[in-house]
Design a protein. Structure first.
Length: 239
């Protein structure tokens, strides 16, 4: 087994918890459920409009930064734009659809297999674990609680509580200083190449990218120290 560092900073969504692989299915199912209320607009057209508006919304880093702290408002906004595009004038329906989607996302989020065992093994090796997660305090706390993750982490930084989010260096620096470890003695791991891996690498941490969608590094800027396809691989010997 590879020698572990003194501390590991770990992302939450799509690293420990499979949070977004079901985005399309949740929209599909929520839209299908409200089909009778769409007044002749086909579910396919609504789905396409939602995808377009969501891509537009999240493509802007500034909107991303504020939007991820209030997903409920963002989803309502995206639906209002999609409805306007399709000529559907029904704000109650937009609200219901947003709520149905939120519930489905929450119900279907689940921990990746082997995560708890991996956290146990790291802790048994004496590694200090820090969680670094962007997003709103209530939503992220609820996930941490639901999956019983708090017990495994010595420190947890949630953007909505901390006042800054990845890739802001203060997030990584705060965790390093809480552990009193040098950057060279710490790993950072997550599915977001820039936020979880390249940004902490610039401070001297060892960066591990979880290529959870098997997207590969081709055409992407920067090179992580290591690429894995699942968080649990970090306790396996690299090949
Ligand atoms: Mg993530």
């Amino acid at each position: 087994m590879e020698a572990f560092p003194r501390a590991i900073l770990i992302d939450l969504d799509d690293t420990l918890v499979d949070d977004s692989s079901n985005v399309d299915a949740c929209w599909d199912d929520a839209c299908a459920a409200v089909a009778p209320r769409l007044r002749g607009v086909g579910v396919d057209r609504l789905r396409a409009a939602i995808d377009r508006r969501a891509s537009w919304y999240w493509s802007d880093p500034k909107r991303h930064r504020t939007g991820r702290l209030d997903l409920r408002a963002v989803r309502r906004h995206i639906l209002e734009l999609a409805f306007a595009e399709l000529g559907i004038d029904d704000s109650g329906l937009a609200r219901d659809l947003a709520e149905m989607y939120r519930q489905l996302r929450e119900e279907r989020a689940q921990m990746f297999p082997g995560v708890i065992d991996t956290l146990d093994r790291l802790r048994a090796q004496g590694v200090r674990l820090g969680m670094m997660t962007n997003g709103a305090a209530d939503a992220q706390r609820a996930k941490i609680e639901r999956f019983g993750l708090a017990a495994y982490f010595d420190h947890i930084i949630i953007e909505g509580e901390f006042g800054a989010g990845k890739p802001d260096r203060r997030v990584f620096e705060a965790l390093l200083s809480a552990f009193d470890v040098a950057p060279g003695d710490a790993w950072a791991i997550g599915d977001h190449l820039e936020f979880d891996v390249l940004a902490p690498m610039r401070l001297g941490l060892h960066g591990i990218w979880v290529d959870v969608r098997n997207a590969g590094l081709d055409g992407r800027p920067g090179r992580p120290h290591r690429v894995v396809s699942a968080f649990t691989e970090i306790v396996e010997t690299p090949v």
